[in-house]
Structures are given as C-alpha cells and as structure tokens.
Design a protein around this ligand. Structure first.
Ligand code: AMP
Length: 458
C-alpha cells in the first residue's frame, strides 16, 4: 500500500487526476491464458477430476497464501525456493492478531507449492480421525521467482495429489504412480518416461539406528571431496551444504565424474531395499513401465524411499512434467501426529506445452450455429431460437445488430461456425427456417423441431 492511499480513509472517493493513459503488460514470468488454449486447460483439469475420483481422491482448495514459516519448514529454509524465490510480504494484520487472540503471523508468502498447505490442512482439520489414508488432490497457481524461460514461469500451475495417513505399504506408492500414468494416458501425452528411485531414509529414523541415507550422504561427501577440484563452483559448494544436489548437475564435464560416485542403491538398509523391491513389483503388477535412475534424489531430510519423476516430449531442457515422492516425516515436522505421506505435483503449463507440441490441442473454439437475421420480426424469432439451441447445448452466435445476409455469412465463416441459420421475413412467416451448411454451401428448409432434431443427430 502506498503512503498516500494508506492515509486515505476507506470509502473516500479518489480525486480525479490528469494522468495520461498508460498501457500495461503482464508482469515478467506471468502470462494470460487465452482461448482457444484455455479449452485445453479445461480439458486437462476435467480429466484430472475424473481420473482422480476413480482412485477415490477428493479435491482440496487451500489458500493461495500462507505463513512464510510454513513453507520455510516444509520446503526447507535452505532451498532455493524458500531462500530466493518466494513472494513474501508483511502481513497487513500484523499487531492486530494478538489483540484478537490469534497467533501472530508476521510474514506471509504466495505458495510456491501446495504439499505444505495440504499437510497443514490435514492437521488443522484433525483429518487423522477420518478413515486412513486420506487421499486429496489440488490444482491451481503456484508462485516462484525463477528466471523465466519456456516451460518456466513465475506464476505457474500445478495439479497434485497427496496420500496422508495409514500405512507406507509399497502398493500405495505404486498406486499413486499408476494414477498419474493413467491420467497422462487419458490425455494421450506423448513420450512419457517414468524414472524411479529409492533414496532410503534419514530423519526421522525408521528404527533409530538404520539411517541408511545418512551413511550414504557421508560416503558421497567423502567421494566428492576427492574430486573437488574437478567440479564447478556450484557443485563444490554443495559438497558441504547438500551433496545429493550434485547428482542433479547437468554440466557436461561433471557427468563422467558423477557416474563414478557411490550410488544410494548400494547403501540402502534392508527395510528400504525391501520396500523399493516391493514398489517395483507392485508397478509390474499394474503394468506401469519405469526406468531406475539412481541420480533421482531429493535434498530434504523428510523425503524418503520412493522418489519419481516423469518427463514428456517436446519440452526441451525443462522436460519434467511431474515430480513426486514419499515424505513420512513432514506432517510431524509441522506439529501433527506421526503420519505417512506420499504425493506428486504435475506442472500443468508443461503438460499443456507438450500436448500442444504433439498436436493434441483443440483448434479454434468454433460455433455450431451462427444466426443470420434481418428485420424486427426475425430478430424476435432469432432471440428465441438462440435460447432454444443454447438450452440444447449448442454453441450459438447471435449478432447483436442487424446486418446484411452476405456480411453475416462472412462473419459466420470467420468464426468457424458449422451452420448458419438464416432468418428473414419469409422464414418467419412460413415457419420454415433456412439452414446453410457452411462447409459445402448446401441449404435446407427446416421447421424449428426439425432443426433441433437435425442438429441433435450430428
Ligand atoms: P516441484 O514442486 O519443484 O517438484 O515441481 C513439480 C513440477 O512442477 C515440475 O516437474 C514442473 O513440471 C513444474 N514446475 C516447477 N516449477 C515450475 C515453474 N517455475 N514453471 C513451470 N512449471 C514448474
């Protein structure tokens, strides 16, 4: 809020100004989604609603902003997302909340992801009392101040799901993955590649002694120290802060070095090994094809065991459309009871890009019928006809002002209409309407009921 507006009382009229008109543009990294592309977005989202419902998931719509601290804890204060990329502002309610006996929230952030919110909601609404596991999905915008490029935006959209509570049975991991694959299959997404890995477990420990990932991270760190001078500055820094992230490196000259590093698979404890083997077996039972990728890791401690990533065709370097994994310690970290958890997030923008690249996008949003009318009597009939046809579910264009038939037909063509319904004095008085098929120019005379029947049959 600016100084000036802060001083103005509510309801006070703004003073007329002499300001020059100014053109605005969407902020860098944000964009308008426009028709006909939005039709594809709707189709994708509708398919998600349908597919996820068949797996017993219910939709959750958490708020767009939350206390900054929630993301700092859940995503990790050291991550790029939290340390550099969040849109954070001070809470305008600051100072008033404690007077209202509400916990003080000094800083709030636009959500960079939604798993934290879903876990917060699970705890806040006592969902551990519901039959477990609780299966939730969400879709909506996320915000990260990243460097914008193709497939990477500052406001982007995710479709995600979380399974909270109950057991960590490998069948749950496999079914979550099966659901994403079913969804992509329904959309006919091309070039889908599923990579999986197990990253063992760290904190909280499964049985207190067998924290296999910790031992692995130490082995990795030691191996990295030995090759430190061959690594780039970023990777050198990560040896200390988060050695697992070195495995993400895309730098050409680091690849042969990374290939020789210790692999998590050789360090898994017996329980994690068994869990991973069982997840693969469960995927086989479901006919889900996967590739094992030992370099697929997540840096945060509460991520454990199953991790997966899905890539698709036509996306260039930003080709991950989905990332997911198990996070059994997260709900507890946010003050809830010990709770198993697994989930994924699909990047909807990239999913759409890939569908468009492979020609799965719908063309122009057409019209079924363009009503070309002339004369006052015809106008009343046209209004009525438009209402009837729209009620029957047809896409109808009714021009607001009278125009010559020639012009109207040209307009109908431009809009990609399939038919033009021609209503003039003759049609109105005889009750026989003219329907022109725009593709071949043929015409036929139909009464109103005949017209409806004809269109319905198509
Ligand atoms: P993450 O929450 O980082 O695991 O990301 C999950 C998925 O969201 C990724 O695989 C991407 O498809 C998508 N995604 C993440 N960040 C962005 C972004 N800035 N722009 C577009 N899509 C993104």
């Amino acid at each position: 809020m600016s100084e000036g507006s802060a001083k103005k009382g509510f309801g006070e009229k703004p003073q007329p100004t002499e300001e020059k008109p100014r053109k605005f543009q969407a902020i860098r990294g944000t964009r308008d989604l426009l028709p006909p592309e939005t039709a594809l977005w709707n189709r994708v989202e509708q398919t998600a609603h349908e597919v996820f419902a068949t797996f017993g998931y219910g939709e959750i719509r958490p708020p767009i902003f939350e206390p900054t601290e929630l993301f700092a804890r859940a995503v990790g204060g050291e991550t790029d997302i939290v340390s550099k990329e969040m849109y954070t502002f001070s809470n305008p309610m600051e100072g008033m909340l404690s007077e209202m006996a509400l916990p003080e929230v000094e800083k709030i952030s636009l959500r960079p992801e939604a798993t934290a919110s879903v876990c917060r909601a699970y705890i806040e609404h006592g969902m551990q009392q519901l039959p477990q596991p609780v299966k939730l999905y969400y879709m909506g915008p996320m915000f990260r101040r990243e460097r914008p490029q193709k497939g990477r935006y500052r406001q982007f959209y995710q479709i995600g799901a979380e399974v909270l509570g109950g057991t960590d049975a490998p069948a749950i991991d496999a079914e979550v993955i099966e659901m994403v694959m079913t969804f992509f299959d329904k959309l006919e997404l091309q070039g889908v590649q599923l990579d999986i890995n197990s990253i063992g477990h760290s904190a909280p420990p499964v049985d207190g002694k067998n924290v296999c990932r910790r031992a692995y991270v130490e082995a990795l760190r030691a191996a990295l120290e030995n090759v430190k001078d061959k690594l780039a500055a970023d990777s050198q820094r990560r040896i200390e802060t988060n050695p697992l992230r070195v495995l993400d490196s895309k730098l050409e000259h680091e690849q042969p070095i990374i290939e020789k590093l210790p692999r998590i698979g050789d360090h898994l404890c017996d329980e994690c090994k068994a869990h991973y083997a069982a997840v693969k077996h469960e995927l086989d039972l479901r006919g889900v094809k996967y590739r094992e990728n030992w370099r697929l890791v997540r840096g945060l401690d509460y991520y454990m065991r199953t991790t997966f990533e899905i890539t698709a065709k036509g996306l260039g370097s930003q080709n991950a459309v989905c990332g997911g994994g198990r996070y059994d310690g997260l709900v507890e970290l946010l003050g809830g009871p010990p709770t198993k958890g697994i989930g994924f997030a699909i990047g909807e923008d990239r999913l759409i890009l890939s569908l468009q690249e492979s020609g799965k996008a719908p063309a122009q949003q057409g019209r079924d019928v363009y009503i070309a009318w002339m004369g006052e009597n015809a106008r009343a009939t046209a209004i009525r006809a438009a209402k009837t046809l729209r009620n029957a579910g047809f896409r109808v264009e009714l021009p607001p002002v009278e125009q010559k038939f020639g012009k109207a037909l040209g307009q109908a063509d431009k809009l990609g209409a399939k038919y033009a319904l021609i209503l003039g004095d003759n049609e109105v008085s005889s009750g026989e309407w003219t329907l022109k098929t725009l593709a071949d120019g043929t015409q036929q005379k139909l009464t109103e009921p005949q017209l409806l029947e004809f269109l319905r049959k198509l």
